[in-house]
Design a protein around this ligand. Structure first.
Ligand code: CUA
Length: 339
């Protein structure tokens, strides 16, 4: 990746508004916007408060001792009074820490139970999250939608609480799904199914990250959760359910795409492309990023990606397809029509 595209990427990630939506970065982790995140926030504030109090007491006593019992004269070599054995002090410094640990343990257990024992309502939106090196697949089994890297979920309001139930799996190695403002981390383990839930009450785009080292591009396994009002979510669902656009003017571009090896790894709804190894491309241009959040999804970047994905995201599993310039033009033309 060259310097200017790195800079574009940086600007892209520090921007706070995209597509007219507010973007909430990972740095906003102390502003929870869903119930599981509230629970974690509350317990962490309690921990911080208790630890701060311990710090103040210990630091205060230490400072007091240093000042109070300092050597006052250069030739004063007398030892201060020594204390040998005090049952009261022994009891105090055993009992107080035990009580503190007990209180912290109970607060944590309460929070864990609150999040993990939640009864998922029958009408919850179900999404299967599949971790891949290094991108996210989102499947909505009841809606028949497959997308990548951007999870769309409906907004939960005070009048109607809307829960999204996530089932997490891995296609290869261990990953971890983490969107700090919505919930805690949940691992995606090969051969094991885990679950979590969210009920976001703020509209906008929430940024997240893979939080378990999963190989070379772990740091670039980014994700976004797009929280939108029910009506907008329905609109998005309807658009995703449609077959991929097929503009008759792009017939030759489409034919070129379908004649290449792209279709062994990628699916495009309503065509013979049914690969499942890479992200579904049916509505590629409805997504904001390429390479799992690495670069903005513009026609220019799409072209650069197709020309050589390895220079943008080194080590990713999409090989350089060695497209000639005609093929490159045609594929860019076709893919950028998939709204
Ligand atoms: Cu996936 Cu780290």
């Amino acid at each position: 990746m060259n310097c200017s595209s790195r800079l574009t990427g940086l600007l892209f990630w520090t921007t706070t508004v995209a597509f007219g939506q507010s973007v909430y970065s990972i740095a906003d982790m102390f502003k929870p916007r869903a119930t599981p995140a509230d629970s974690i926030f509350n317990v962490s504030i309690l921990m911080l408060a208790i630890c701060a109090a311990i710090f103040v007491v210990v630091g205060g006593l230490l400072t007091f001792t240093i000042v109070r019992f300092r050597r006052r004269k250069v030739d004063d070599n007398r030892e201060p009074a020594q204390v040998y054995g005090s049952t009261r002090i022994e009891i105090a410094w055993t009992v107080i820490p035990v009580l503190i640990v007990l209180a912290l343990g109970m607060a944590t257990a309460r929070s864990v139970v609150e999040v993990q024992n939640k009864r998922i309502p029958a009408d919850a939106l179900k999404v299967t999250v599949i971790g891949h090196q290094w991108w996210w697949e989102f499947r909505y089994p009841e809606l028949g939608i497959v997308t990548a890297n951007e999870l769309h979920v409906p907004l939960s309001t005070t009048t109607k609480s809307t829960v999204t139930a996530l089932t997490l799996e891995s296609a290869d190695v261990a990953h971890s799904f983490w969107v700090p403002q919505l919930a805690g981390k949940m691992d995606l383990i090969p051969g094991v199914t885990t679950s979590m839930w969210i009920d976001p009450r703020q509209q906008g785009i929430f940024l997240g990250n893979c939080a378990e080292y999963c190989g070379m591009q772990h740091a670039n396994m980014l994700l976004r959760v797009v929280v939108e009002p029910a009506a907008d979510f329905e609109k998005w669902v309807d658009a995703q359910k449609m077959d991929a656009a097929s503009d008759p003017r792009l017939e030759s571009a489409r034919t070129t795409f379908l004649s290449l090896n792209c279709i062994n790894c990628h699916a495009v709804r309503g065509t013979i492309a049914k690969g499942t190894f890479g992200p579904d491309l049916s509505h590629l241009m409805s997504r904001a990023t390429l390479g799992a959040g690495m670069i903005p999804n513009t026609v220019e970047n799409l072209r650069a990606w197709l020309k050589d994905p390895q220079t943008i995201k080194h080590g990713n599993l999409m090989p350089n397809m060695q497209l000639n310039s005609r093929e490159l033009d045609e594929i860019v033309k076709y893919l950028s029509s998939l709204k």
